[in-house]
Design a protein around this ligand. Sequence first.
Ligand SMILES: *[C@@H]1O[C@H](CO)[C@@H](O)[C@H](O)[C@H]1NC(C)=O
Ligand SMILES: *[C@@H]1O[C@H](CO)[C@@H](O)[C@H](O)[C@H]1NC(C)=O
Ligand SMILES: *[C@@H]1O[C@H](CO)[C@@H](O)[C@H](O)[C@H]1NC(C)=O
Length: 363
Amino acid sequence: MATGLLKYRNGNKSVQISIVVGIIGILTAGYFLLLQRAVPKSKEVLERVSNVSHALVEGQVEIYRHDNLNLQPEKECTEEQRHKISQHLGLESGNVGVAGCNDPDWLDSFFEEERDIGTESFLGISVGCNKGTDAVQIARLGLSDVNFNVSAWTNFIGSIITVCPPREQGPINFPRRNGEMHCIEPMLNNIILVNNASQHLGLDRKQFVVTQAAISARNGVVKFPNANAGAEACGIQGCEGWVDGANNAYTDVPLYSLDSYVEKFVSSNGPINVLAIDAEGWDFDVLFGASSVLDRTYYLEFEYHMIGFTCYWLSGRDLWRITECYFDVYNTWHYWSNVACVHRSFTKLAERMEMRFITSLEK
Ligand SMILES: *[C@@H]1O[C@H](CO)[C@@H](O)[C@H](O)[C@H]1NC(C)=O
Ligand SMILES: *[C@@H]1O[C@H](CO)[C@@H](O)[C@H](O)[C@H]1NC(C)=O
Ligand SMILES: *[C@@H]1O[C@H](CO)[C@@H](O)[C@H](O)[C@H]1NC(C)=O
């Protein structure tokens, strides 16, 4: 899991931004609309109807749902803030991005300082849990349990090269909470390692739930590449250092939408305190299958880039393709423009948009 955040990948550069659900803003509002369209409305869970209660009855079960109707809109940021953002991110110099290891210490201090985390028990989900280190950190904070010892965890898996150093482990100030931390990881060697470490540290399997699965927009089975434990950038497409055709190059892994995963494996019906998604470029797919889960989520981290989408500048009725049509001048683009993106699996619309791009070029 890339702890922290949204990575805007631009070549090798990444910009990392964090989102706190509840103060999300335009971007998320935008793809919520996409979500509404992308996911078939077969189940009533997709409807956002509840301004009356914080729970919605689904079958016989009350499931927590945010009150989305009485939400305060996000404040528009001031000119000064915009200026600073631009300076900090180097937007004017065309230097888009701040790469590095994330350290979401706002989350740490929240759990360290707030006895009331909004729920009696804790529910955390890590999609793309990898070697489990961040999931252990989240569990430590959320469950308020010193047995989730990040140093001990990283000591155990220590032979594995880590890209980022383990994050600082703060104090536990409050009594243990009940709850669940879900570590969902598709790669077999990571699962073996995480299960082994979990057993070694004696972590309660009802609280630290390790599942070999891939999360995407739908359910099924996927052949997932199996590389060395801890290998970075593993996705359904392969891995760094992974050799197609090698022995056991793939394992069959169950594929769930996040909604289905939660229905099947999560016992709590309350809010999801922390949802961290690092699906190595498949994050949009994950979010497309996470409509009702997002309606329960307080805090969300995900990696954001445009895999699967084709994006265009939008001007009147014209479209100018950005994806695979990138100009260096965009690095020094001074003003904000509208961008329209379509997921390429949705070919009916994608084809129309590409046609429009072609005719726009002919003007
Ligand atoms: C819920 O929304 C409806 C329609 O906007 C409104 O009439 C009703 O008073 C709201 N209920 C509460 C409890 O806010
Ligand atoms: C956590 O693990 C480290 C390294 O194994 C150990 O030194 C430390 O005492 C542990 N802390 C607790 C509270 O168990
Ligand atoms: C589990 O950990 C133990 C102790 O480090 C090690 O000897 C063993 O090989 C590991 N098993 C697997 C399947 O990784």
